[in-house]
Ligand binder design. Sequence first.
Ligand code: HEC
Ligand code: HEC
Length: 368
Amino acid sequence: MNNKPWLITIFMGLLLLVIPTLVIAQQSAYETLPPPRKLTAEQSKVAAGNYQKYCALCHGEDRQGHANDHAPSLRSKSLFESGVPHAILRPMSYGREGTAMGGYLDEVGGPMTLDETWDLTYWLFEQSGVTRLKLSTNPVLGDIKRGESVYLDNCTTCHGVNGEGITAPALGNQSALAHNTDEFIRHAIRYGRQDTPMQAFIDKLSASDIDNVTAFLRSKASGWKAQKTVLKELPTPDKYVINPQGQDPSFSLSDNMYVSSKDLNEALNANKRMVLLDTRVTSVWQTAHIAGSIPFPYYADLDETVAGIPKDVQIVAYCSCPRAAADHTINKLRRRGYTRTAVLWEGIFGWMNLGYPVMRGEIAGVSD
Ligand code: HEC
Ligand code: HEC
């Protein structure tokens, strides 16, 4: 009995020692990194131009994200604190398999040089105006089973039961999991993505549940490696028209714009005369496209690409976003007097999900 006040004093003393240490540990959990090299005025100008030309369609003119599909914000504080350079450079260069995000590096058939991809990464960083944090590369340890139930309770409405992404990025995406570190993922969960639907969970979940759900997501990675695509020759204008001797199809378009996969597939099987435009970044045409389609990316200069396409032929455009890039291209063509034009309603992923065929690019042995 007599011991009690003494014990309380020790206990209070310990608390006073422990609390500030915890607070300091929390605040200094991340050290900062110096900023990367500064771009010259010329490099900045080129990068800004490349951004508008190649990225604004989905990520938005002001990098706000979610302009089309569920392309993430490219200006949120937490992404640029934690992701520069690789969490930006890699998706930009190689894309994310199975999503609308294609690769833009020339090595995989995209339009940008290696220098341009680095400059665009640093330009985005400069625009974001944040300080880089030093993230640990150690794994985040946690209870995967418990993490799964945290995930099911808190994350599926946006990210999907299987991490496929509904209104948010596909967290189960192998290309993303292979490159994003545990700490990058945990940081995103802790702090959210500013000005997007992704809220900060630091005050909503316990520290250990954040670790558990990180470990759960991480457990879905299976060591994806970049595949090396052997670039196919692009078709020449004399190959643009499929079945030049065939009859014209007569599609009934919904909203005066859209043709269904079923109708397009029937017309192709009946050898109808058509031009098929793949309006995605050319690298993804290289990996898989509908047979006979020509790469006709949304950012192409029409004056250069439209030559060789007759005005009286049925044109069908498709993309994977599922319609944004194709709509954009067809609207430009219509303004130029191409009237027999349509967009594939389901996009190429919908087409594939319905079981219709695509041509795959030639994949060389897996590179290390
Ligand atoms: C209300 C919808 C919503 C919920 C619920 C939600 N998220 Fe998100 N999440 C998003 C969106 C949208 C983004 C992309 C934000 C952007 O534009 O950058 C995102 C981004 C992320 C990212 C970053 C991905 C990357 O590659 O940069 C991670 C990691 C993530 N969420 C994990 C989770 C986890 C774990 C949960 C549950 C604890 C969760 N999210 C709950 C909508 C949500
Ligand atoms: C056709 C639409 C589209 C275009 C054009 C596009 N993106 Fe994306 N981007 C996406 C989508 C969708 C995602 C999310 C994919 C997923 O589910 O993981 C994404 C993801 C990203 C990410 C990962 C962000 C994160 O939070 O993890 C980066 C970085 C990125 N894009 C950069 C770019 C850059 C730079 C360009 C231009 C060179 C570009 N994107 C062009 C649709 C697009």
